[in-house]
Design a protein around this ligand. Structure first.
Ligand code: ACO
Length: 331
């Protein structure tokens, strides 16, 4: 049995936070943000809008486009670092309940910006082992809830949103996810962290301190992201006897235009192969790759059988890449 990427869906909140808005909140400029990151604006969820609310909207679109019924889904996995509840219940179980799927297996994984590639790898393994048939995978983030809007080094980067995909069993090898790498290096965990609140550093009665929000060694993370991702995508292509021109769509995690450009240049990717949404959504962590695939799909740019190369790098530190043909049931 193989695992096929059947469909995509996404949701973006209505509210737009522009670079001009941020200049009123911290000491920054539109020019600095644009030049250093490529970001012009990002979406911000409503105050009462949760990560699971956004996840459900993305998931319903993905299922509607999959050619399957909701009741065909037998597992839900959510990649998030901004869950509805920090300990329990998991966001996946909240999503399952809101979708009327209370009997399916449901759990979250935490791999920051690499989350979507991690959930893809888990869905693939469950399907190839024969344990599950139709896995709903979701990347959903309310990054605004864990961002410090007094820290100009991070608040200019992040946005909210969700993306979802249906991964299904197939006997047709041509439809199968071709390859996936996931990796991590915990020795660099302090490059990107929310230090407060877990058992490693419990809350000391006060509600939220700045240590509850994201802290990042931005420049160090930038350099290691470019180095690691370049090596990782070169390897996954070589391992599968592919060259960059075999890739229809390079869909990188949307953290920073300069990281995307550096990896794209190293692969000699043409501009038209690279999917870019960072300018309009900022960095939506685990949601960024499925949101980008969804935009490509909705703009009519993603055709059955086309090969996508995904890559991502984020907190953990974690990273990964994947080679995935788009294999809709309804062609
Ligand atoms: N506006 C104006 N100036 C700023 C801002 C800002 N918003 N932020 C920082 N600066 C200043 C700094 O203080 C510094 O000033 P100094 O030279 O006087 O000390 C200067 O700009 C340069 O700062 P750097 O941090 O070296 O800038 P850099 O070019 O590295 O850009 C950025 C910063 C955009 C954060 C970049 O490092 C980056 O994108 N890093 C990688 C992020 C990433 O990929 N993270 C992983 C995924 S996220 C996740 O997993 C949740």
């Amino acid at each position: 049995m193989y695992a096929a990427f059947r469909s995509i869906g996404a949701y973006v909140p209505e509210k737009i936070l522009t670079n001009a808005d941020l200049t009123k909140m911290v000491d920054t400029t539109d020019e600095w943000i644009t030049k250093r990151t490529g970001i012009k604006e990002r979406r911000i969820a409503a105050k009462n809008e949760t990560t699971s609310d956004m996840a459900v909207k993305a998931a319903e679109k993905a299922i509607a486009r999959s050619g399957l019924k909701k009741s065909d889904i037998d597992m839900i996995i959510v990649a998030t670092i901004s869950p509805d509840y920090f300990n329990m219940p998991s966001t996946a179980t909240v999503v399952a309940h809101k979708m009327g799927l209370d009997q399916v297996s449901a759990f979250d994984i935490s791999a920051a910006c690499t989350g979507f590639i991690y959930v893809l790898s888990i869905a693939k393994a469950f399907i190839e082992s024969g344990m599950k048939k139709n896995v709903l995978i979701i990347g959903a983030e309310k990054m605004s809830a864990i961002t410090d809007y007094t820290d100009r080094g991070t608040c200019i980067l992040f946005g909210d949103g969700a993306g979802a995909a249906v991964i299904s069993a197939t006997e047709n090898k041509d439809e199968a996810i071709l390859d996936l790498h996931t990796a991590a290096d915990g020795s660099l965990g302090d490059f990107l962290m929310t230090p407060d609140g877990g058992t490693g550093n419990p809350h000391k009665n006060e509600l939220k301190s700045e240590a509850s929000f994201i802290q990042m060694k931005g420049n160090e993370t930038f350099k290691i992201a470019v180095r690691t991702l370049t090596k990782d995508v070169v390897k996954i292509l070589a391992d599968n006897n592919l060259v960059p021109s075999d890739i229809a769509h390079f869909v990188p995690h949307q953290a920073n235009y300069r990281i995307i450009k550096a990896v794209g240049d190293a692969l000699k990717m043409k501009d038209e192969q690279i999917v870019l949404t960072v300018h309009k959504y900022g960095n939506t962590s685990g949601a960024s790759i499925p949101m980008a695939i969804n935009d490509l799909y909705e703009e009519g740019g993603l055709k059955a059988g086309e090969m996508m190369l995904l890559d991502a790098f984020g907190g953990g530190l974690t990273w990964g890449s994947a080679l995935i043909p788009f294999s809709p049931l309804t062609k």
